[in-house]
Write a protein that binds this ligand. Structure first.
Ligand SMILES: [Zn+2]
Length: 431
């Protein structure tokens, strides 16, 4: 295999990252929520910079920004790479932004070094992934892949009651696709689309991202080759007992909803540990009623978040644990109600691209591991449509969604080299 990509300079990427971090609402870390002024200015900034890097820029109707290097041989299909521009409230400067900045730097390097690609390459800055302002996630990649149909624009609002559609209109979006620097504002007051067809021209999607976990750091490895993005189940579990006097009700005559819940949560932890990686199971919220020191809890509600990269294992674990909950409730004479909230399927990454990434790491002398992503990413929306791949770099202390999020310039540069190499293979070689 031809492997001419080495020592990709990281300067363009690091400068973009540094500059992007300045587009933030006040407060610690980076806060860049969908369709806010700082978000708008960041997307405009990227268009200006990308145009300066020799990319053909445009934005789509929801505000995803693209920069294209048109291929000499194949022009009606594109190899897409990038990530998302939005952040959580008081997030870090690397989540999403790293993949966006590195992708643009990779395309710039490839064009300067090797000229026009055979197949078109495109960098994307997705408008939204986190779900921090509106109660929906993957708004950017979801519009590209057909997850959304446009009806969401009137039905979802932020905490101030601003609908998604109104927030888009405030940024001049929701109308026709535009091209060129600063053209976002030109569509102000544009018509609302009622449906949002998926793009059909994407032949591969590659996303570079910080790990947001501690596995790479713990193992002193530079690169994570993501084999799958975990599927996820969420439930609300309601336990019904009898609220009664804490002083006059003998222990043997109680229907204590909290003690029953505690037994269930310990069973959950025990089963999850026994199942082993990559299964993870979490109860993040628990509400006790009436919540009074001298009253036996009559009702408890808690959440379940269970993730695994294999659909069958996820299904088996979830039905197993819910059966165990039913057994505990039965023995204690408690009522049990389980409300499913969310079920997303695991998204396997493309085996061929994973193998290519591992080969690249080996040839470049980089330490790497195959791993599962427990967090959701834009790549999972592309996995059903085209070959998709993800590359991880270490996160210091495993910390993310925090102002303390950090990956060193060297770690970021290693990821950039791997990304650049796979893009070279996909777009420049006669494969
Ligand atoms: Zn992210």
């Amino acid at each position: 295999m031809n492997m001419p990509v080495h020592n990709v300079p990281a300067g363009v990427m690091l400068a973009l990252l540094e500059e992007l971090a300045a587009f933030s609402a006040p407060g610690p870390g980076v806060t860049r929520l969908l369709y806010t002024p700082e978000w708008y200015r960041a997307q405009q900034f990227l268009q200006e910079r990308w145009a300066g890097l020799g990319l053909k820029v445009r934005t789509d109707e929801v505000g995803n920004v693209y920069g294209t290097l048109t291929g000499s041989k194949v022009t009606d299909k594109v190899i897409l790479t990038g990530s998302h521009i939005d952040t959580v409230v008081n997030g870090g400067r690397y989540d999403g932004a790293y993949g966006v900045a590195a992708a643009a730097a990779a395309l710039h390097y490839l064009q300067v070094t090797f000229g026009q690609p055979l197949r078109s390459l495109e960098v994307v800055s997705f408008c939204e992934e986190e779900g921090s302002r509106f109660p929906l996630t993957f708004w950017g990649s979801g519009n590209v892949t057909g997850l959304y149909n446009g009806s969401e624009r009137g039905s979802f609002a932020d905490v101030d009651g601003v609908t998604l559609g109104a927030a888009m209109a405030a940024c001049g979006l929701g109308g026709i696709e535009t091209s060129g620097v600063g053209d976002i504002a030109a569509t102000e007051g544009g018509r609302e689309f009622t449906s949002s067809p998926a793009r059909r021209d994407i032949t591969a999607y590659i996303e570079l991202h910080i790990e947001q976990g501690i596995i790479l750091e713990r193992n002193s490895q530079e690169i994570g080759v993501v084999q799958a993005i975990a599927g996820q189940r969420r439930y609300i579990v309601k336990i019904g007992g009898t609220a009664n006097h804490a002083g006059t009700t003998p222990m043997g005559l109680r229907r204590d909803a909290l003690a029953g819940s505690a037994e269930m949560l310990l069973a959950l932890e025990r089963s999850a540990v026994a199942e082993g990686d990559p299964l993870v199971a979490t109860t993040g919220r628990l509400e006790v009623h009436p919540g009074t020191p001298n009253v036996i809890p009559g009702e408890v509600q808690f959440t379940l978040d269970i993730r695994h990269s294999e659909a069958g294992n996820l299904e088996r674990f979830c039905s197993g644990i819910l059966e165990e909950f039913a057994g505990i409730a039965g023995r204690r004479g408690l009522d049990l109600e389980v409300l499913p909230l969310l079920a997303t399927a695991p998204a396997p990454m493309d085996k061929g691209m994973c193998a290519a990434l591992e080969q690249i790491c080996e040839k470049q002398g980089k330490s790497y591991r195959s791993m599962v992503s427990g967090a959701g990413h834009d790549a999972q929306l592309f996995a059903p449509l085209c070959p998709a791949a993800m590359i991880f770099v270490p996160s210091r202390g495993g910390i993310s969604h925090s102002p303390d999020e950090y990956s060193s310039p060297e770690e970021l540069a290693a990821g950039l080299e791997v990304l650049t190499s796979i893009l070279y293979e996909l777009a420049y070689t006669e494969n």
